[in-house]
Write a protein that binds this ligand. Structure first.
Ligand code: ADP
Ligand code: MG
Length: 241
């Protein structure tokens, strides 16, 4: 393992089974700190299964996940979070019957109590439009605001790495654009972001390195700028998978 890898979120040879069938077959992927890494791929490629396995929600059948050298494979979701890896699952899941502020407070409980207020304040800095909504029930927010809150819930745990599954799914492009400055700012803070996207263009604009998965395997790994200049490479890789 190189020095860069020890400073990163490193996914090595990860295989995942679902419903008695292997759906992810030995994926290698490195998420360095302080930048956005994109993970692209068609429906059914295995992206969400990888996210669930990274966060400890479903088991890893083979391989390992390490956060800056600390192996978290097989740990419970709370322990994975405690090791610095937070995920935002597909479909901006928030606690709809609780207020916006309470959603953030619940997620800050992993932090020492003296750090909670500052962590919540940082979320308000990133998503200024959540501030005046603090007393509203999360279920009454728009889709874009719920996605901000879901990102905020992951961020209050002060993760070193943030994995976001289908950030733009179901959101209008104009709303997605409101999330972009926050993503850049999170990476500028030193957090390594793995952005899983169906909107290839957005992901390639933001990312340094891009991976693409198809049929449970990584089929492309390239600088995002190279893929942006040659989008046919993705289509070709998906056809051959
Ligand atoms: N709960 C589940 N039980 C069994 N198989 C599943 C389940 N969820 C997803 N799969 C299968 O796993 C494969 C990968 O799906 P998924 O990880 O959701 O891909 P993606 O997020 O890239 O669309 C697909 O073949 C899908 O049918
Ligand atoms: Mg998915």
């Amino acid at each position: 393992m190189t020095d860069t890898a020890v400073d990163s979120l490193v996914i090595s040879e990860v295989a995942i089974e679902r419903g008695g069938r292997e759906v992810v077959h030995g994926v290698d992927l490195v998420v360095p700190p302080g930048e956005i890494t994109a993970l692209l791929g068609p429906n059914g490629a295995g992206k969400s299964s990888l996210v669930l396995a990274l966060s400890g929600v479903i088991p890893v059948a083979r391989g390992s996940v390490a956060v800056e050298g600390t192996v978290v494979t097989g740990r419970k979701p709370s322990a994975v979070r405690g090791a610095g890896l937070a995920t935002v699952p597909e479909g901006h899941r928030v606690l709809k019957d609780m207020t916006v502020d309470d959603n953030l407070r619940v997620s800050s409980f992993l932090l020492p109590s003296r750090e909670r207020a500052a962590a919540i304040e940082r979320v308000h800095d990133l998503f200024a439009e959540l501030g005046p909504l603090g007393g509203r029930l999360a279920g009454s927010l728009s889709g874009g605001q719920q996605q901000m809150l879901a990102l905020g819930q992951a961020l209050v745990a002060r993760p070193r790495y943030l994995v976001i599954d289908e950030m733009s799914l179901g959101l209008a492009p104009i709303i997605v654009r409101r999330l972009v400055p926050a993503l850049r700012s999170i990476a500028a803070d030193g957090v390594g972001v793995l952005l899983i996207e169906q909107f290839t263009q957005l992901a390639l604009d933001l990312a340094t390195t891009a991976y693409a998965m198809a049929q449970g395997r990584i089929v492309v790994e390239a600088p995002a700028a190279e893929l942006k200049a040659a989008p046919e490479r993705l289509e070709q890789a998906y056809r051959l998978a």
